[in-house]
Design a binder for this molecule. Structure first.
Ligand code: ADP
Length: 241
């Protein structure tokens, strides 16, 4: 428990720092991007300048992406949370649409998600964010054509959301660091290391739990299964008379 409290405290203070930094960096970056854009338009005839201003724009986009995920992270927990029945199929569709996963080279499969008994209680937007982060990690780890399975399992009081991939798996040595803000093994610019930290805080807000199983396939040392356990929505029973 003490560990958990320390972790939450750290997340909160990193959140505040992140908000400040993101705010301070956002404006100058927009300025740099505008200048590069102008330069490119004014000196269209100069191929070298066009190339360089193109690179500046690319790099500013990269910084903007990082700033956005920092802001996202910082705003977690600071706003009113909804508490309503959440259809997991709906949030999965939303996440897939946002990530344009169905147009990429992974094969996303759903099981059980439409089952009305498999509804969670929580904030649909926050839970969609959980799925977006888990799915984008699964996608990044997946080989060409790899399958990603999203399914749910219900028990009496809880419903589990599972995201399973056939990707690289997670080495034992980094298991402890996965939820640390800024821990990433991805190329700079691709990963910010905030995805699972945000997942952790959202799941905690929902009184849920996360379990990671990796590698799933011990022989090939591949594949990851992430299980998010959430409170289940239970239909009120009509009173018998
Ligand atoms: P980011 O995606 O920006 O790196 P995350 O916090 O979402 O940040 O993830 C941290 C790290 O956890 C990733 O860099 C990766 O090494 C590992 N990871 C997360 N999900 C998976 C997965 N499904 N398969 C393999 N590695 C994963």
């Amino acid at each position: 428990l003490e560990d958990k409290l320390v972790h939450s405290e750290r997340l909160a203070s990193i959140g505040r720092l992140a908000a400040g930094v993101a705010h301070e960096i956002g404006n100058p970056i927009t300025g740099i991007a505008c200048l590069a854009q102008n330069l490119r338009e004014e000196r269209e005839a100069d191929p070298e300048l066009t190339e360089i201003s193109g690179q500046i724009l690319e790099q500013t986009k990269r910084v903007t992406r990082i700033v956005h995920s920092l802001m996202n992270f910082a705003h977690s927990g600071s706003h009113q949370q909804a508490e309503e029945p959440v259809c997991l199929a709906e949030i999965a569709q939303e996440a897939i649409g946002l990530l344009a996963l169905n147009r990429r080279s992974v094969d996303v499969q759903f099981f059980n998600l439409c089952d009305p008994a498999h509804r969670a209680v929580g904030d649909p937007q926050r839970l969609a964010q959980v799925l977006i982060n888990l799915l984008s990690n699964a996608r990044d780890a997946s080989p060409e054509g790899g399958a990603i399975r999203v399914r749910s399992e219900a028990s009496e009081h809880t419903v589990d959301l599972l995201v399973e991939d056939e990707g690289s798996g997670i080495p034992k040595g980094v298991m402890d660091q996965l939820f640390e803000p800024f821990f990433t093994t991805k190329d700079p610019g691709k990963g910010t290391g905030l995805g699972l930290a945000l997942v952790y805080s959202i799941v905690e807000e929902h009184y849920g739990q996360i379990t990671i199983d990796s590698p799933i396939d011990l022989e090939q040392q591949r594949g990851t299964r992430i299980r998010v356990t959430l409170p289940r929505h239970i239909e009120a029973m009509p009173l018998a008379n």
